[in-house]
Design a protein around this ligand. Structure first.
Ligand code: DAK
Length: 260
């Protein structure tokens, strides 16, 4: 897999992606968005034996310090709307990716960087992680989903506060608010993310992919989440994974799921 601004490693079924623009604190420029699109729309779906994906930032200082500010000084309304939609669509590919995607937040996760982390299923914060949505400082609102996903994760009151004040919060507070799942020592974010992926990979893969869909469906106002759950339940009933899971329980052994 060749990308302009992403470094990837694949080891033990886990794909680790490093956003690699450390001189710009890994800010997301157009090329980086194209890389993410290619990876989450195509490449990652073709990896055999994939257990999950970790997204982190290159260097010691930053996960992703936002969208690349140098690229959006002279946008008109039409271009800005198209860019916002494109970014949202790419982050939606991450949110609905059928295997677990974890943000290993090793530093600044600001603006578009915070939004990238919010699109992942789980977030691990290193002790020096800083989350924030400073868009109002620049005269804009978040454009890649934070006005929606921040409320989903931390509730309306705190979401208002973060987006209106542009304050940054640290790892501990992020965990208290439900924005991050765990805080770990600085530099241990990827290790913790790998641990979680290994744990999740032992569960039935088709059921995990349905959990991802169903949780996302909850927030889709056009969908009836309870009905979607009924349908998923019916679908899973006929999978080999379910037969294996139930047999393993009855036979008092560990299940060996095939993801079918
Ligand atoms: N974009 C481009 N370059 C960035 C950057 C960014 N977001 N963040 C940092 N850099 C660059 C700096 O310009 C600097 O470059 P040089 O001067 O060395 O060439 C280098 O990274 C190191 O940064 P600092 O020297 O500033 O490092 P410090 O440790 O002093 O400060 C900081 C770290 C994270 C506090 C600071 O860099 C900072 O405040 N960065 C900007 C944070 C920010 O405001 N991020 C943007 C949030 S708004 C849109 C949709 C969505 C968005 C925009 C448009 N459309 C649909 C059109 C989203 C916008 C955002 O993400």
């Amino acid at each position: 897999m060749k990308y302009q601004n992403l470094l990837t490693t694949f080891e033990n079924g886990i794909l680790t992606i490093e956003v690699n623009r450390p001189k710009a604190l890994n800010a997301l420029n157009k090329d980086t968005f194209s890389d993410l699109k290619q990876l989450f729309e195509k490449d990652a779906h073709q990896i055999e034996g994939l257990k999950g994906i970790i997204i982190t930032g290159a260097g010691e200082k930053s996960f992703v310090a936002g969208a690349d500010i140098s690229e959006f000084s002279s946008l008109d309304t039409k271009d800005a709307m198209a860019l916002s939609k494109r970014g949202q669509d790419i982050f939606k590919l991450i949110e609905r990716f059928p295997k677990v995607v974890i943000a290993a937040v090793n530093g600044y996760a600001l603006g578009g960087g915070c939004e990238l982390a919010l699109a992942c299923h789980l977030r691990i914060a290193g002790a020096k992680a800083k989350f924030g949505t400073p868009e109002v400082t620049l005269g804009i609102v978040p454009g890649y989903g934070a006005t929606q996903r921040l409320i989903q994760l931390i509730g309306k009151g705190k979401a208002f506060e973060l987006m209106m004040t542009a304050d940054m919060i640290g790892a501990e507070e992020a965990v208290q608010l439900g924005l991050a799942n765990h805080v770990v020592a600085q530099g241990e974010e990827v290790t913790k993310a790998k641990e979680l992926i290994e744990k999740i990979a032992k569960k039935a893969p088709v059921a995990i992919s349905k959990i991802i869909e169903l949780v996302d469906d909850y927030f889709d106002k056009t969908k009836d989440g309870f009905q979607k759950e009924v349908e998923a339940f019916g679908y899973l009933a006929e999978t080999e994974d379910f037969k294996e899971g139930a047999s393993a329980f009855m036979e008092k052994r560990k299940a060996n799921f095939q993801g079918k």
